[in-house]
Design a protein around this ligand. Structure first.
Ligand code: ATP
Ligand code: MG
Length: 570
């Protein structure tokens, strides 16, 4: 490919809406352009990278026994009624009607579609396992589309679904996918962690996220410094922190003027924040009130909290009236005296406290010497705390958890029989008995993987592509393309590299050298070869490694091997 023919409109300036480096660089390097909020076109350079990522994914899916198919994007509402998700999926689902007024959605995921596809024809245990996948655009009307293709409304996803005859089979398919995902992100040249994850709206049992490490990533993950435990902060299990043993003192109500926050309260009573119990009030989609109580210095993990209350989804901060209606007093909350039947969830650590201070459900009053086990009555006790730097590892004895950030590029789920049971996808087992199939589903965001690669690999000059997913591995620059000798020499080198199987671009534009070199750094080709006056004079070929900035001069007859050796290390 010649740069004179390449459609890669680079920009000097960054559009204001691009908040993080990967989004800015994808714009500036001419990789993507926006058509509407959360919808993007991929231009030629980006598309080459997408194709390379897809090819890596395909190879690994096929090696793990996957077979590629393609299902429709539009899915009839009836299938989603069967699984119960037509209502449950909420506003993220884009719904459309055809001319006969039949309802469809633009597929956000394909569990229903694929279960319906196989249920009539996979009938015997002898046909299982089956692993089917596709690479296709998905649609989700995200509450907050942002960061370009990282969180968009239309995005490319690889989704694979596994069907097995028993749990052991499902676990084996899951294990194969876990290995395949590790291979994929390793081959893409990314630094990532596989972390235990919450299974969210997809449902089912065990799940892992593959998180590409990047300081600006939306995911918070916790990794143990002593063992291999790693989990998303939504999932990270925490052991209750034991409180020191103390003799329980009698409950006492005290006046605490102007202490509606924990900090003010601790200061007023001259006690550590760790001695206080605070409340956070939520309401669910159907307005059910949930009161969460934790130690004053801890934060609520809303996912864990929702999981602790059957049927709770989509929590929002509660309205004051809802809190008052059950006898609560915002700013001065306590489980003591709240109307019966209210969902009260107390964090395990808070439950173990002795002689703590909590609100008294009355303005400017608190209870002293609160002993939750003695005083709180019938409440739900659960781990609802958000993991913090330095928390004890839930798995090993000695380790501590460290918080890092990253981008969820893929997620795998062992689903069990959630969809097969709801949708009647059964097979006959060895004894001739009908059984629901054991399913798994496994997704990778292809565009998000590209964006994550940039987020993890860039500097102030531009992108630094890992070689395997670079749009081109090498760029040959004719330093001054107006000088015919230089251009001819550059073309010769370009042809030699091509013949040797190197994925190479020729920058033959009649632009200033500085402009071309800046574009090379911005677009981030792993290796740049400059053909200039020195090359003409004495055959010296200057090769630059984008990541390190290292410059090496090769002789005409050794450069090819030199470049190939260099590429092998990138
Ligand atoms: P998130 O929590 O980031 O919203 P998710 O957990 O809902 O994502 P999954 O259902 O696990 O997403 O989808 C599989 C993969 O698809 C994700 O790991 C991610 O790489 C990609 N993906 C999901 N939503 C988007 C989106 N809005 N834009 C781009 N990629 C996405
Ligand atoms: Mg996910």
């Amino acid at each position: 490919m010649r740069a004179t023919n390449l459609y890669a409109p680079t920009l000097r300036n960054t559009p204001a809406e691009a908040e993080i480096a990967s989004h800015q660089l994808m714009y500036r390097a001419g990789l993507i352009r926006k058509s509407a909020g959360g919808m993007y076109s991929y231009l030629p350079l980006a598309w080459r990278t997408i194709r390379k990522i897809e090819q890596i994914i395909r190879t690994e899916m096929d090696a793990a026994g996957g077979q590629e198919i393609m299902m429709p994007i539009l899915q009839p509402s009836e299938l989603w009624e069967e699984s119960g998700r037509w209502g449950a999926y909420g506003a993220e689902m884009i719904r459309v009607k055809d001319r006969h007024d039949r309802e469809f959605c633009m597929g956000p995921t394909h569990e229903e579609m694929i279960t319906a596809l196989v249920r009539d024809e996979l009938r015997s245990y002898k046909q299982l396992p089956v692993l089917l996948y596709q690479i296709q655009d998905k649609f989700r009307d995200e509450r907050r589309p942002r960061f370009g293709v990282m969180r968009s409304r239309e995005f490319i996803m690889k989704d694979l679904y596994s069907f097995d005859k028993d749990v052991a089979g499902m676990n084996e398919s899951y294990r194969k996918m876990s290995v395949a995902y590790t291979n994929i992100f390793t081959r893409c040249g990314l630094d990532f962690r596989a972390v235990e994850a919450d299974s969210g709206a997809i449902g089912g049992g065990h799940s892992e996220e593959f998180t590409v490490l990047a300081p600006e990533g939306e995911s918070r993950i916790a990794c143990c410094d002593a063992c291999s435990y790693a989990a998303s902060d939504e999932k990270a299990a925490l052991r209750p922190i034991a409180a020191l043993d103390e003799a329980e003192l009698p409950l006492e109500k005290v006046a605490t003027p102007h202490t509606s926050t924990i900090a003010l309260l601790a200061e007023y009573l001259k006690i550590p924040v760790e001695k206080t119990i605070k409340a956070v009030a939520y309401q669910t989609e159907d307005d059910t009130l949930i009161l969460a109580f934790l130690r004053g210095d801890h934060e609520v993990n809303e996912i864990k909290l929702a999981n602790a209350v059957p049927g709770a989804r989509e929590l929002r901060m509660a309205d004051e009236e809802a809190i008052r209606a059950v006898g609560g007093c915002p700013g001065f909350m306590s489980p003591i005296g709240i109307a019966e039947g209210t969902h009260i969830v107390v964090d395990e650590t808070a439950m173990w406290m002795h002689n703590a201070v909590s609100g008294a459900n009355e303005v400017d009053f608190h209870y002293m010497n609160v002993n939750p086990k003695r005083d709180f009555g019938d409440v739900t006790v659960a781990d609802i705390r958000l993991v913090e730097e330095g928390d004890a590892c839930p798995v090993c004895e000695q380790g501590h958890l460290h918080i890092g950030r990253g981008i969820e590029a893929g997620q795998i789920f062992a689903l069990g029989t959630k969809y097969s049971e709801a949708m009647g996808a059964t097979f006959l087992d060895e004894a001739g008995k009908a059984q629901p199939m054991q399913m798994g589903c496994y997704g990778i965001g292809v565009g998000r993987t590209m964006a994550a690669a940039i987020e993890q690999n860039h500097d102030e000059h531009g992108i630094i592509w890992p070689r395997a997913i670079a749009p081109y591995e090498v760029v040959v620059v004719a330093v001054n393309a107006k000088v015919e000798e230089q251009l001819a020499y550059a073309e010769e080198i370009y042809e030699e590299l091509r013949a040797a199987g190197v994925d190479v671009l020729l920058d033959d534009r009649r632009e200033r050298a500085g402009v071309k070199f800046n574009d090379c750094d911005l677009i981030g080709y792993p290796v740049r070869i400059a053909i200039g006056p020195k090359t003409i004079e004495n055959g010296s070929i200057e090769v630059k490694v984008r990541r390190t900035g290292e410059l090496v001069n090769f002789a005409r007859d050794t450069y090819l091997k030199g470049v190939q050796d260099m590429l092998a290390t990138l």
